[in-house]
Structure formats: C-alpha cells, structure tokens
Design a protein around this ligand. Structure first.
Ligand SMILES: NC(=O)c1ccc[n+]([C@@H]2O[C@H](COP(=O)([O-])OP(=O)(O)OC[C@H]3O[C@@H](n4cnc5c(N)ncnc54)[C@H](OP(=O)(O)O)[C@@H]3O)[C@@H](O)[C@H]2O)c1
Length: 343
C-alpha cells in the first residue's frame, strides 16, 4: 500500500463534494489500486482551518460549523501559509476563480509544486493565466499539475488529449460550455422571460447574484481560452476572445427560432490554420448562433455541456456531458489525483 497525504485548499461546493467522494471511494481505491490516503489539512477563508498530520476526520469536517475545532496545530494565517505548512503530497486547490490574474491560486499551486507536491485544481484561473509556467515547474519537479475539472466539470477533456490521443493535432473545436446561458435560453424556449430565466438560474445555484460574467460571455471566453491554450498551444488571454453574450436575445428571438426548428446557443469556438505545432494564430470566439437539428449542439439542453473537436486524425469527436455539478467536478479532481500518482 502506498499512502498519500492530501491537502484541501477550499472547502466549499467542490471541496465538500470531493470529501464525500473520498469517503465513498476509500475502500475501493485501497483494494483496487493499493493506495490509501488521509487528509492532513483543510483551509477555508471564513470557516476555519484544520491541520493534523495524523489525518482529519472528514465526516466531522463535513458537519463542523468551523473546521478549526478539528485542528491539532495552530491554524494557517492565509492560503499561502497553509500551503507552506501543511504536511502533504497532493494539494487540491479549489478556491474561487479570479478571472483577471488567477491569483492567489497561481501562487498556491506554484508553492505546492516547489515544495514537491502534486497540484490538482478545478479553478480556471491558474489554467488560463499560468498553465505553461506551472506545467513546466511540475515537470522540473517530477510532479503533476492537473486541472481536468476546470472546463466541463470533470468530464475527461484534458486527459483525453494528454493520455489517449498521441500525435493528434487539434484543428478546431466548437461547443456549448456555459451552463447558465444555456439554461436561460432553454427556459425562454419554455416560455420564461429573460429576467425569470435568470432568476431561475440563481434559484438553482448555477448563476451568481451578478450574472453578468455568464450573460456577457466572460465565463465562456475563459473556458475557450483554457482549451485553446492547453490543447492548441495558443497563448490567448480571455480579452482576445471575440466575445458577444446573450443580452440581445429575448423570448421573441428564441421562440421565433423554435418555430423554425432551430435553437439559439452561445457557441464557443477556436480554430487555427497552418501546420506548425506552435506560434500558429488561434482565433477564438464566443457568440450566439442559430443551430438546427443537424448540429450536435442542438441537443444541449439546460445545464448540459457539449464540445466537438476536430483533429487531423479522427475527424469530428463530440463529447456531451449531461447534468454536471459539484459531484462531477469532484470526480475530475479525484481522477486527477489518481492519474497523477499512477501514471
Ligand atoms: N461548483 C462547481 O460545480 C464548479 C465546477 C467547475 C469548476 N469550479 C471551480 O472550483 C472552484 C471552487 O468552486 P466552489 O463552487 O467550491 O466555490 P465555493 O463554494 O465558493 O468555495 C470556495 C472555497 O474557497 C475558500 N476561499 C475563498 N477565498 C479564498 C482565498 N482567497 N484563499 C483560499 N480559499 C478561499 C472558501 O472559504 P469559505 O468556505 O470560508 O467561504 C471556500 O471554502 C472555483 O474556482 C470554481 O470556479 C466549480
């Protein structure tokens, strides 16, 4: 049996779902993979911090109002202090995304890798702003920086290209990657006003109080950037994505499209030309498009995400993920951990 000590920075929707999944899969992972683990540190910004080299009781952590009561060591003063002090082999970085700079998650991950930990994150910020530098650092350290859940909530995208498609060149992709806007469009097709559809998304917890990051296409632009930078060696910033959100679409446009057997989708795409592996311009775009039943994107209903990849060797490859959520995001983190220590 090999034992791994895990550190969880961020214990919100994703962190807690990951804790539940670790508990549910503990026996199976031990018997099938010869691997055991303990969580030696949990950090939150307002709900305490627990450090215990002997392992924290995850069931108690999930129930505690403040996890500090479970700590055997003085709590960390901030996220960086936590990363420096936690005795761990793997860091799960699941703090909120910072679209502008990726911080402080970039520094958390850089420090963890420098200290000899693997780093796993669902946070898009470090992928968009520092994917190359963190991947190079991980390689130099003989560790892994994996981020499967940063796009499409745990669905295998990055690992698909990394592990199973050697020598495949990604030429372009098209997809529906933002669940809030897709749900708003689906609800308007069912008769909601724009405002009622937004309120519904807030009620079920997929839209923030200020939903403009989704509605104006920023979240989608960040996801396109992450896919293009990692899978196409692009060096894009989200601001370079040609971007239009869904504000100009109301029930009138959506129902008119429906009467013609078409649907409006906020389509995310990127494309490159030329044959050189690097330094090839990548044009990325987020914009509303009318799609008909002949397109796989037509099927993406509500929170479902879909992406169509076109490679030079396989032609079109489409991945559809139905009803993602923190539980699927948590699975992506678990898969990253197991792949990081097994491959
Ligand atoms: N929710 C999903 O299904 C999903 C899907 C894909 C990707 N993601 C990404 O996964 C990450 C976590 O999402 P979530 O839904 O779990 O968020 P969340 O529920 O808001 O939890 C965030 C956690 O990070 C802590 N935190 C806040 N500010 C911090 C800081 N500056 N340094 C360290 N920790 C800090 C919070 O502390 P408190 O508990 O004290 O507030 C909380 O424990 C985000 O980057 C998100 O974009 C989420």
């Amino acid at each position: 049996m090999t034992h791994y000590r895990l550190a969880m920075l961020g214990f919100g929707n994703v962190g807690k779902s990951l804790a539940r999944l670790l508990l549910a899969k503990e026996q199976e992972i031990a018997s099938e993979r010869g691997l055991t683990f303990s969580v030696t540190g949990i950090y939150t910004s307002r709900h305490g911090c627990a450090l215990d080299p002997a392992g924290i009781d995850l069931r108690k952590a999930l129930e505690a109002a403040s996890i500090s009561e479970l700590s055997k060591l003085p709590p960390a003063s901030d996220g960086m202090d936590f990363v420096r002090r936690v005795p761990a082999d793997v860091l799960f970085e699941n703090s909120p995304v910072n679209y502008d700079s990726g911080q402080p998650a970039v520094d958390h991950i850089r420090t963890a890798l420098s200290l000899g930990m693997h780093a796993v994150t669902a946070n898009k910020g470090p992928v968009v702003h520092a994917h190359r530098i963190l991947t190079d650092l991980a390689r130099a350290q003989g560790k892994k920086f994996y981020f499967e859940s940063a796009v499409m909530d745990g669905c295998p995208i990055f690992s698909l290209f990394r592990e199973t498609l050697p020598a495949a060149r990604l030429l372009r992709f098209r997809g529906v990657l933002n669940s809030t806007t897709n749900m708003i469009l689906s609800r308007m097709e069912a008769g909601d006003s724009f405002e009622t559809a937004v309120a519904y998304c807030q009620e079920i917890g997929i839209a923030e109080t200020d939903p403009s990051g989704d509605i104006d296409g920023w979240d989608a632009a960040v996801k396109v950037t992450a896919l293009a930078n990692v899978l196409m060696d692009a060096e894009l910033k989200p601001q370079q994505v040609i971007r239009e959100g869904i504000r100009r679409l109301g029930p009138g446009e959506v129902l008119e499209a429906k009467s013609q057997n078409k649907r409006w989708k906020l389509v995310c795409s990127a494309e490159r030309s030329g044959r050189a592996r690097s330094h090839t311009p990548v044009i990325a775009r987020v914009s509303p498009e009318l799609v008909g039943p002949e397109s796989p994107l037509y099927r993406a209903e509500g929170t479902t995400s879909i992406v169509q990849f076109e490679t030079d060797v396989l032609g079109q490859l489409t991945i559809l993920e139905e009803n993602p959520g923190p539980h699927t995001t948590a699975y992506g983190c678990l898969a990253d951990f197991l792949n990081a220590v097994s491959l």
